[in-house]
Design a protein around this ligand. Structure first.
Ligand code: 1GP
Length: 249
């Protein structure tokens, strides 16, 4: 089954699913540790592994992380690239992302144009995604020169999300930034999800099952956590608690 189809079926079945983000920057997570996190995340009930980060990612590092993860975990591996170096042909799929609220055209379509030909003829499944950075935005907001959507500016968030849908993108991602002190507000998630016909991904600053559950109830289809799984000892337990909090089944 294609990864996108699997995502839709899983969301249909559970209401909301969890994805585990691993940043393959070796200064943060070694390939071995990436494999261990992925294995534990699968046991905890996570639906997929997302692999990527804003800094420190090279093709070699990424390939090594994919191989380690593949050896220990049967979940789909989806690339979440911070730039052109975030591509490994060994993964299953790639979020082909446009940072819609960037002021830098590189982040909206120029990097994508440089990668497009190689991706089209690669074995990777391409999943087009509109990426929207919400305040505070953290590193990805700075690196991407995002004009962050203010936390109370729901209308702008809806506008960007619907623009993604009308462009034909398959997912919309509301991103507060990795390690954000506050996740995307539930009211924003509710309004955006209520207007959208494609699944809504929410990430950045989600550290507790309560927070994840609130965002799921508000309408998020996919909850992403990264920092949490890098920091805790018991990855399986932490993931299981979040999966229980978000899943309607
Ligand atoms: C970052 O949204 C993700 O792209 C995950 O954020 O590291 O805060 O979980 P955290």
């Amino acid at each position: 089954m294609k990864v996108y189809e699997y995502i839709l079926e899983s969301v249909e079945k559970h209401g909301t699913i969890h994805m585990t983000l691993i940043d393959p920057d070796p200064a943060k997570v070694s390939p071995e540790r990436a494999g261990a996190i992925a294995e534990a995340a699968e046991h905890g009930g996570s639906a997929a592994i997302m692999l990527g980060g804003s800094t420190g990612v090279t093709r070699e590092v990424l390939d090594a992380a994919v191989e380690e993860i593949r050896g220990r975990c049967s979940l789909p591996i989806i690339l979440f690239p911070g730039g052109i170096s975030g591509i490994s042909l060994k993964a299953d799929a790639i979020y082909f992302m446009s940072m819609l609220n960037s002021r830098n055209p590189e982040m909206i379509s120029w990097i994508q144009a440089r990668a497009a030909r190689a991706l089209k003829f690669s074995p990777l499944e391409i999943i087009p995604m509109g990426y929207i950075i919400v305040e505070p935005g953290m590193t990805v907001g700075r690196v991407g020169k995002a004009e962050v959507v203010k936390r109370n500016d729901v209308d702008t968030a809806i506008g960007f999300a619907l623009a993604a849908e009308l462009f034909g993108m398959k997912l919309v991602y509301l991103e507060a930034g990795s390690g954000a002190p506050e996740h995307v507000p539930p009211e924003m998630v509710r309004e955006v999800a209520g207007n959208l016909d494609i699944p809504l991904v929410v990430g950045g600053g989600i550290r507790t099952p309560e927070a994840a559950g609130t965002l799921a109830k508000a309408g998020a289809s996919i909850i992403v956590t990264g920092t949490l799984v890098e920091r805790v000892e018991d990855v399986e337990g932490a993931v299981r608690a979040i999966v229980r909090a978000v899943s309607h089944v």
